[in-house]
Design a protein around this ligand. Sequence first.
Ligand SMILES: Nc1ncnc2c1ncn2[C@@H]1O[C@H](COP(=O)(O)OP(=O)(O)OP(=O)(O)O)[C@@H](O)[C@H]1O
Ligand SMILES: [Mg+2]
Length: 465
Amino acid sequence: MKDTLPPMLIVDDEKNMRSSLETVMHDEGYDVVAAESAEMALELVGEQPFFMVITDARLGGMSGYDFLKEMAKRSPDLPVLMITAYATPKLAVEAIKSGAIDYLAKPFAPEELLHAVARCGERHQLIQENLALKNAQVPSFTLESIIGRSDGIEKIKDLVATVAKTNATVLILGESGTGKELIAGAIHTLSDRRAESYTRINCAAIPDQLLESELFGHEKGSFTGAIRSKTGRMQEADGGTVFLDEIGDMSRPLQAKLLRFLEDGTFTRVGGNVELKVDVRLIAATNRDIVSAIRNHQFREDLFHRLNVVQFTPPALRERGDDILLLANHFLSQFAATMGKPIREFSPEAVEIMRNHHWPGNVRELRNAIERSVILEQGSHIQSSSLPNFKVESQLGSTDTSEQLSNGSYEEQMARFERQILLKKLADNDFQMEPTALALQMPEHELKFRMHQCQIHLPGNALDH
Ligand SMILES: Nc1ncnc2c1ncn2[C@@H]1O[C@H](COP(=O)(O)OP(=O)(O)OP(=O)(O)O)[C@@H](O)[C@H]1O
Ligand SMILES: [Mg+2]
């Protein structure tokens, strides 16, 4: 365990005490850095990692207690063990209150000290393991988690299975919410790298200056605020998969660096000149129109070709036919189960509405719509009234603007106007004939006739009988 620990920091203004502590710890196999004042210790803590600090309560300059308080502010996760001259309960309380994890009163047996240090070592190890687990973001994506039987999705699943086994770079292009992240995750899970790390980096979420250092790391002092050197995510992901999401948002200078990395796997840290080499598999995705980004010189064409070894283009949800219903049922059973609601089905109207909606937000929009409807629904079926109010939009297709409305002859304009009125009232009344007729103060047979005149053919049951 000690081999993997960063050093400990010993703070004592008495030279003898400092060196004897140093010797004991060295003999036990710990790496030690020593400081003769709290001020010097604070500086060191800003520069390099330690797994713990041992400090004397009495120091020349800043006192041990003030040092503790300062440490609690700057590095709250770094455990500090305090050594006090006399064991008085008051001092012990004072030490713990100021942020010490433990205290020892002089004179103490070496075993006592070693015991306390070992505990801090274990704690450090646990925190690191926990962090690693969190960072690994192990995706639970498998081929089965990609729902759909449409041709487009079947082809994607086949391609995922084939490509996953290779090391080929992958580019995923598709509208927002079409499952790009799901595809990237499935490729990693099915690859031989599945036991290694999977790192997702959202290029749009990290400010440009920071993205380079996030990806490739930096050397200490390479820019203001770079108080210690940092390993980049590419290096941490060595052996694994890196998913560069929203790659279309990456700046051109960084695109150049990425291009070089793709060519031979080498890079240098920001402010560094040592060439580093790692083995990562890259998957990139964007919902931007990459062709026009290339045309507008926002995206490098050479980088595009480098990334585009295998291309995935998940189709928009509206192009997937019955997959809409398959997905809707999948999300319905998921949300009904987690919310403990006995809802198993959709009403026929709700089905028609979902079939006809344009789904600009694709699967994500559908998932959100179902979640919302499960929350709202009181009965045993999802009614159309529990779905979001996109009925108007889906039934109108493209909404006519007032300009389009006022084109053509008087007759034509009146017909269009009438059609709008009918559609609006129908939508307001969930496409139910009776309440719509009531709202328009006309008999139902007249409503049917006028709808026929206006060529309004509602899907489902409403008009067909
Ligand atoms: N075929 C599918 N089967 C099951 N769930 C899916 C499918 N496609 C997408 N999803 C789900 O829809 C949501 C959106 O998918 P995802 O995050 O992969 O989209 P995206 O293409 O990365 O979107 P964006 O461009 O906005 O980042 C997620 O919750 C995902 O699990
Ligand atoms: Mg995404």
